[in-house]
Design a binder for this molecule. Sequence first.
Ligand SMILES: O=C(O)C1=C[C@@H](OP(=O)(O)O)[C@@H](O)[C@H](O)C1
Ligand SMILES: C=C(OP(=O)(O)O)C(=O)O
Length: 418
Amino acid sequence: MPDVLPLTPLTSPLDATVRPPGSKSITNRALICAALAPGTSTLTGALFADDTQAMMGAVTALGARIDQDPDNRTLTVAGIDPSTATTAGLIDARQSGTTSRFILPAAALLNTRTVVDGTPQLRARPFGPILDALREVGAQVEELGEPGYLPAAVRGPLHGGKVEVSGHISSQFLSGLLMAAPLMRDGLSVSLTSPLVSVPYVEMTRAVMIAFGAQVTDLDVTAGAYTPTAYAIEPDASAASYFLGAAAVAGGRVTVSGLGTNSLQGDVAFADVLAQMGATVTRTPNSMTVTSSGRLHGVDVDMADISDTAQTLAAVAVYADSPTRVRGIGFIRGKETNRVAAVVTELRRAGIDATEDEDGFTIIPGLPRPTRFATYEDHRMAMSLSLLGLRSPGIEIEDPTCVAKTYPNYFTDLAALT
Ligand SMILES: O=C(O)C1=C[C@@H](OP(=O)(O)O)[C@@H](O)[C@H](O)C1
Ligand SMILES: C=C(OP(=O)(O)O)C(=O)O
């Protein structure tokens, strides 16, 4: 992959079927549950990318053993008994929010000290709420850098019981606590101290936990154990947004296979936003299709539940016939980069009238000029802005390999669409 990737606009409408790689969020949840289930679990359809390699390294550090079979997208996991396991002592969560926020409570189940750290990008993201909650449930927590940030050390065991956690910064704190909770002495009952963002991810957490034999109702988890399980992981719905967005931008039809009406992922609702913009969306139990003439209307939409697709929408909105306002996503300023500022800055450099709002952004459609887009070490900046290259000449993507965080073959799969 070159340092800068030039893109060539399509000359005819799309007519393609694509199956994105496995869901990052489901893979990393299944890895946690499998690692905490004494015995052998098999995960099929798994994602092989930087974020899931980070999680594999993390659970391995806690004593789980993983056999990777990338050709068959399968992981075989031999889980641990946290009451007797010992840790390798240091976990590098790399750039991965899910790995870091999910492994902290899991590591804190063990009666030995684990340090969790990550890249400078991850060190800049918030951890205060989960570190405070872990103290409340019995962990010894050391904040080794800035208070409320990585690196941090944790040591258990955890008595569990009642705990409060905020919901407005990230749902990952809650998901991480819930997944460790069956192994806490008293189980766990969580109260939220602020409104929850990314709600569908918590529903996903419960679904994966239940598949591995946990007892969880709403935010209450009963003490018990995980059961080793054979678990099938569906394709990544956030990744699918780029291909569905491609159909909207370039016109034509794109079908995403493996993501149907019963998906665990909230991000499948991105297709409904495209429908509001004028595209046609059809779903079957095992696929979704977007068909578009390329003529789109702007929308006013709250994306607090599906914020990983907000940048995708920003790219699509450039080609609508009226402005698009995205609300409810102020918290994405704390993701891989400040995503509100980054997307607005890059679209403005392309001559598009985009503005930052307190809780999101507004995009006034226009004709993008040839632009070399910066990507801020954010896979979603690269994948979203690539959609402009399908319709407008002279679009280039800097540092295209940053997509390796969740989708190493993205640009190959994008090229294969045509
Ligand atoms: O739980 C998860 O798997 C995720 C939750 C979301 O994060 P927040 O809860 O921080 O919004 C999402 O952006 C992230 O990509 C994956
Ligand atoms: C926010 C993201 O990832 P994470 O929080 O898991 O690092 C993402 O994949 O867009």
